[in-house]
Every structure is written in C-alpha cells, then in structure tokens.
Design a protein around this ligand. Sequence first.
Ligand SMILES: [Zn+2]
Length: 649
Amino acid sequence: MKKRSRMQTNPLTPGLFYSFRFFPAERQVFEKKEELKLSEHTEKHRVVIKSSKPGPWKNENNPALKGIMDLMEFSKKLFVLVKCVQGGGSEAAHNYVYKKMSTSRHNALLVMESERKTARTMKQRFIPAVKASPKLAEKLSDNPDDTTNYSITLRTGFNINIGWSNSAAALASDPYETVVLDEIDKYKSSLNIEEAKDRITTYGETGKGIILSTPGHENGPIMQEYKTCEAHYDFHAVCPDCRQDQKMNFQNITWPDKDKAFKDDKERHRVANIIERDKTARYKCEHCGSMWNDYARDQALILGSQNNLNSINGWKPREEVNKRPVSIGVKFPSWLSPFKSLSTISARWLRAQGNIAKLQKWYNNEAAEPFSEELTGKTIKEDVLYARRHIYGPEDAKWQIPMPGCVLTCFVDVQSNRLDLETIAWGKDYESWGIEYQQLYGDPDHPELWQSLDTYLRKEFIHESGNKLSISICGIDEGYKSTPVREFVAKRKGVFNCKGSSHDSKQLITLNRSRQPKYTHSGKLYIQPLIIGTNEAKKTLFSWMEITEPGPGFMHWHEGYSYDYFKMLTAEKMDTQYKRGGFPSIVFKPQFKGIRNEALDIRVGNYAMIKLLNPDFKHIAVGLTSGIKIVGAAGAPPVRGRRIVSKGV
Ligand SMILES: [Zn+2]
C-alpha cells in the first residue's frame, strides 16, 4: 500500500486542502478506500474453472465486463444489469460476492430463478470457484455443514444464503449487506423486489443490491428497475483502425447481401447457415467505415475497456454524473461479448425473421432488449416489416406496377442537400405497393434540383397490364424551405405545397379553396399550403403496418427497400397522453432523440395525397385491364389538366 499523504483534498471543495490526524477507526475507513477495485480484485484472486479459457481470471477475456464490475461497486445502493445470455453477467455478480467474502463479515443473499438452477450453479460454478481461489479457500471452515448448496459460512463469520424466488431464504426478512437477484424476469413467484432492496438499508454505506436479468417484457421487473436508475452507462468500443470510440449497435453489423430479400424461408436459413459457417459478418465502424471481423471486434472491446477518459473502463454515462449515483443501470448485448461471434448473432437474427416468438427471443437473449405484445401494438419493429418485403413479379417482368395497383402518388421531403421522395401505387381499399424511395441530390435553392424533380414527375411506369402509368398527384413538404417549393407548385397542376400539423385533433386534410398564387408585400410568392393532420394519418398507417395479409390497407414493399428505410418508417411510437380533464389523446413521439423519420413523413404525405384524390379504384382498374389509357400525370402544365377519374377534388 502506498504511504498516504497527510494532506487530503476536501472532496466537497476541490482545491482546498485540510489536514487531519488518523485515528485507528479512520485509518480503517481509508484503508478500505484503497482496496483493490472489483475488477482488480477479481483478476488477482479469481480462478476460472468451467470455461473455454480456464485458469486465472483475465479481464481481457471479457473486456466490457471489467467496467461492469467496477460500476457495480461505483453505484451507491443499486446496480441493474440488463444482460444477454451467456455473456458473463452472472459471473460479474458472483465476483462481487467473492470479494465481499474476502473483505466483509456481513451477510449476503444470492437469489436465482429456480431450485434446480440454484443447486446446479452452486455445485458446478460457485463453490468450485471459491475452493479454487486460495484467498477464499483458506477462509472456508472445516465443518462440512458450513458449505452447502444453500449456504456458506466462512471462518470470519461471513455468511451467504442462497435461494430461489420462492425459497425460505429469499422470502425471509433478514437484513443483508449484499443482495444479488439473478434472472428476476424468470422468477416464478413475485418476490417483492422493493422489500429485497430494503433489506440492505441497515448497512448504510456498504449495503448494495445487484439486480440482473435477460429482459422479457417491456414492463417486466428488470426493465422497470433499469428505467428508474439514476444513471445509465453505455459501453464504447474503440476502433482499432481510427481509434474513435462508439456505442455499438446491431444496425452496424453487416454481412454480404444484407439488403437482399429472400425468395422463401429455406433460402433465408441457407444464407444464415453460410454466414455462421464462413464467419462473414462484420461490424462497420461508424467513423471510418472499417469492417471489423470478430478478432478486430475483440480488439475494439479491449481498447474500449482501457479508456478511462470520461468513462469507467469504456463505460460512458448517458446522463451527466456529478456524484456517485445511487443507482446505475447498464445493458450488455451479446456483441459486447468476445464469446459471441458477430456471425452467430447475425445468423440467429436472420433465422428469427418473420416469427414473432423467435424474434422476441433474439431481442431478449442477444440484444438485451425487451420485446413484447404491448410493444408490437404501439410501436412497429422494423425487422417485422423488413421481413415482409417480397418480389412483385417474375424476375424478367417488364413492368414495375402490379395489376391491382392502379393510381400513383408521390410525396417529396425537402432537405438541405437533397429531395427525398417516394412513389406509391394504390389499389382497391387502399392496399398499397411501394414503388420507389429515392433521393435527388442538389441544392434546393438552385433550379437544377427542381428540374430533376420535374423530370422525375414526368416519368412513366409500366403497369402489369402493359399500360403506361404516370404519377397522378404529388405533394411537397414546404416546412423546411417554402419559397422554391411554392415556385415549383405554382406552375404545375396536381402538385401541392403541404405542411404537417401534429395537433391531435387536426383532420387529415385542410385545403383552402383559394390556392391562387399571390405575392406578399415583401414580394414573396405565397400559396396557401395544404395542411396534413399527421396524427390522423399516422394512426391509420400504424394500424395498416400491423396487417399481415394482403387485402384492405396492406402495405407491400419490394426487395429494393433497404433496412435503413424501415428504421425511418418505424422511428416513432404511439403513446396515449392524458390531457386536462382526463381525456386521452394519441400522440406520436420519436423512439429516441435524433432518429431520422423522413420515410414515415413521406408515407404520411402520400396517404394524404391519395385521400385527397379519392379515386374510383374500381373504375380505373376496369379501364386499365380493358387497355384504355386513362391515368394522367401530375406536374404537367396546368392547361392540360388532370385526366384521372376522381370522385373528389
Ligand atoms: Zn474506425
């Protein structure tokens, strides 16, 4: 131990010094503080038995776990770990207990999911690990009754009780300094977690609750505990190539032909097997684009775990942390574990597509994320829609628009450097076929970009009947930049400048009769925009997204639609908000801050356009199949008018 300076920094007023004399009790307290951190203690004393890498514990073998252990100690009262399966989360909690066994004389409680699991874990892992650690083994008493599967008493007086959710030990109200509740989402009886946490209060400063589990439902116990933590930390890996740090996301894991749609389930499983066999999955660095294989990923984890700049062994706080947090929550997905190949994770994901039960398992066990019916009702998972992509026609088809799709709408979103647009084919009962999602790059202040939009709107699509189909109606969001949009709209029929209103009771379409272009006194062109009630539109679109069989409202996408598109389309979640007076209203919120949602906005716009047009689908379909070309173009000069058969507008 280093010789302690008699001059101490006052933690409350850094920079000010005060001196003091040690009394024996104080010395004890301060020596405690110079104890090894949990990760250091574990590396020094823990011996791994049942593992692919037996021998002394090396933090390098599971780099993200190093910070998890130190955060476990750093949290003042409670540590919550939402974990993947077989990532080593339980081992970290055991390591905390082992350290307490060698440093404390107070009682500990370890609760597991079932009696069977408890007996197995104790017999195969926990007790052998105690016996293999010289520092702990010497503390074991000679009395065989002191070491059983349900309790261990050391010579020092330290006692640990081990139970399962409905065991006497778990339900008794004895006070404990350390309480570990493992796999709480699998507990059979509803162990009162609040009560379990209360048992540590008698121990003041040193009492600690550790709660861990693979998640189940969004509203399950582990997620409830996680959400209410004071601080949340995320692990940041460091790219071995560009040395920049980043929180790893599943979306950055990629494999050959990731965006390709599958003919059938058999093909999907075949591709999954190849990925797993040939280890072709890679992690794409979000900074330099370097593609990490499993080895480089492991390096990135090690480099991350060495980062202590604004982080604890690579774990960075999401909220600002000024003092030791009372409770800390972390998530440990399987891509942070060197024991999980990126290819295995990807293959499992592919195999789970199209099957809600399997997908839920994948989210829980690999991503360490909840996934539940409530969740699928209120938010739509991009995977579910992505898996629904299919091929519209035979490979050699000369047409783009399938027979039942008979009216084309287009909606345009203006961005600082481009226009994002989607063209959709609509049929009877608003069944729809996504035709194209495109970006036209350019400066919206320059006419070239608008020229390319004009060209696009004149484009002719081939219908399955052999007829040519043009876009019938087009909307452009003027919210970002109104002047060029209005200038474009003023010269064209069937093209509308639009504005979204998220007011909860706003009707879908508000269109002022007089859309005559006028000039304001400052000389600016003004055309009354069409107001789209976005809440109204999203309610319909969300219900349509849940339809799984072709028919009224069903949405078709072909294999050209990328995974990113579906991320944007599902970027928002539906929530119920209670206004004054208790009346509920539906609101839509981004799933998280900064998420892109253009694809959803553009769908909303397209839906408003087809409702505005209100076409007689039956009449048009008959016309198309009888070979009469009746569908005309938006964007044509106003004199030509529209030739669409329409019931309104
Ligand atoms: Zn990089």
